[in-house]
Design a protein around this ligand. Structure first.
Ligand code: ATP
Ligand code: MG
Length: 414
């Protein structure tokens, strides 16, 4: 989430005419998809519905498509706020607005608008911003602004109409035979619906960076298979618990497709026995990428994702990135490569993974760590030593023993 405005509830209206509480979901890139637009809209609708279903136990609000936006039908203003907070975190959503659906009748719209404005107190200036998505309503948007604005102005003594940066904007939208009004919106996370951009395998440690990298790919619409290497049996399985918690946290953003876990400790021991100490970490990483690629090929994923950031640690110099990345034939996506650690931490805090990643755990990469790891590995030297190892045999065994965590059960409503 970027910024959130106030989430004050709208009032229980004194009017008895037919109105209902709604959340309007606005998207941007999804709307630019030309002939594929309907596919993207349906996917976004499905993703929001699924998330609402897991957060709202029973009585899940329904999600409908109306021209150019989605509509969440809710039973009260409180439910509107809850549903809006859920929808704002779903990739593809740019903004959510909490308001009312009404008949296209100014005698109903005006008092309802006044009621929404009352809930915005204190404020001093306001304006009405109308939109008519088709011409089935006889009054155009300029006239609507004047009519509704004038009506409100008469009933709001001490407030003034102001076009530039008013304290409150009453939005009025005429769409498909009904009208929507709202004053309150939240920023969404943007991006594209999860599942619209193909599949990737994200190498997910319990550290700070890789959950942010996976989140960035989710936000761009990828289906993300998480892959974690634990030091088990050479170290404890605490990192596995943390990665499960990270996966649970990512549910709010569309969630991982699945989470695979590899007990990597024995292979690290084998590497430590066969490779120069300074190159151990490079070899751990190469084997991780080779496993990720085998999983990707099996699952139809077309890229690998890491949380590497240039120069952040010894293993992330350009030389070492070259020496490890060369093992993969699929593209290796590194969405954090040019971010500073503080920027990554800020993002990890926003998406709620920082607190999980900050817990102490056994990181498999520190197993059998030499005092001076190589910071400028030579690709040729690495590849020559790599060929001496029974990699295919290891890969077959690792793939056979790979464990999968059932994710949707983690996403059960709390
Ligand atoms: P992170 O915070 O993501 O662990 P880091 O700064 O600790 O990153 P490294 O430990 O060098 O950096 O790891 C670089 C990348 O390699 C990670 O971002 C992650 O994608 C992958 N990686 C490292 N360790 C593991 C692991 N145990 N399981 C899965 N992937 C890992
Ligand atoms: Mg790490």
């Amino acid at each position: 989430m970027t910024t959130r405005n106030s989430t004050k509830k709208s009032p229980d209206l004194p009017i008895t005419s037919d109105y209902s509480h709604v959340v309007l979901v606005h998207y941007h890139e999804v709307g630019l998809k030309g002939r594929n637009r309907s596919y993207f809209e349906k996917l976004l609708q499905k993703n929001i519905s699924q998330r609402l279903a897991s957060v709202f136990n029973g009585r899940t609000p329904r999600v409908q498509r109306v021209s150019g936006r989605l509509l969440i039908l809710v039973e009260s203003s409180q439910t509107a706020v809850r549903a809006a907070l859920v929808a704002a975190d779903i990739p593809g959503v740019v903004r959510v607005s909490m308001g009312l659906r009404l008949a296209q009748d100014l005698d109903i719209i005006c008092p309802a608008a006044l009621s929404l404005m009352d809930d915005c107190e204190p404020f001093f200036s306001f304006k009405v911003n109308s939109r008519r998505s088709n011409t089935d309503f006889p009054i155009d948007s300029m006239q609507l602004n004047r009519l509704v604005g004038g009506w409100l102005d008469e009933r709001l003594p001490g407030k003034k109409v102001q076009m530039q940066s008013p304290d409150v904007t009453l939005h009025l939208e005429m769409v498909e035979g009904v009208s929507f009004i709202y004053t309150q919106s939240l920023a969404g996370i943007g991006g594209l619906p999860v599942g619209s951009a193909g599949k990737v395998v994200a190498l997910l440690s319990a550290g700070i960076d890789s959950p942010v990298a996976a989140w960035r790919l989710l936000r761009r619409g990828a289906s993300v298979i998480g892959l974690h290497f634990s030091g088990r049996p050479e170290s404890t399985d605490t990192s596995e618990y943390l990665v499960r918690q990270i996966a649970e946290q990512l549910e709010a953003y569309g969630g991982l497709d699945s989470l695979a876990i590899v007990a990597f400790g024995s292979y690290q021991r084998l590497i430590a026995q066969s490779v120069a100490p300074s190159l151990r970490v490079v070899f751990y990483r190469r084997l991780m990428l080779a496993v990720a690629e085998a999983l990707a090929r099996r699952e139809g994923a077309k890229a690998l994702v890491t949380g590497e950031s240039l120069g952040q640690v010894a293993s992330q110099t350009l030389d070492n990135i070259l020496a490890t990345g060369a093992v993969a034939t699929l593209p290796v996506l590194r969405p954090l490569i040019a971010l500073d650690k503080l920027e990554i931490i800020t993002q990890a805090e926003r998406i709620g993974t920082f607190a999980i990643s900050s817990q102490t755990h056994d990181d498999c990469c520190t197993l059998f760590m030499p005092r001076n790891p190589e910071t400028h590995a030579k690709l040729q030297v690495v590849e020559k030593a790599w060929q001496q190892l029974p990699i295919d045999e290891w890969l077959t065994a690792i793939m056979a023993d790979m464990e999968f965590v059932a994710l949707r059960s983690l996403a059960e409503p709390k």
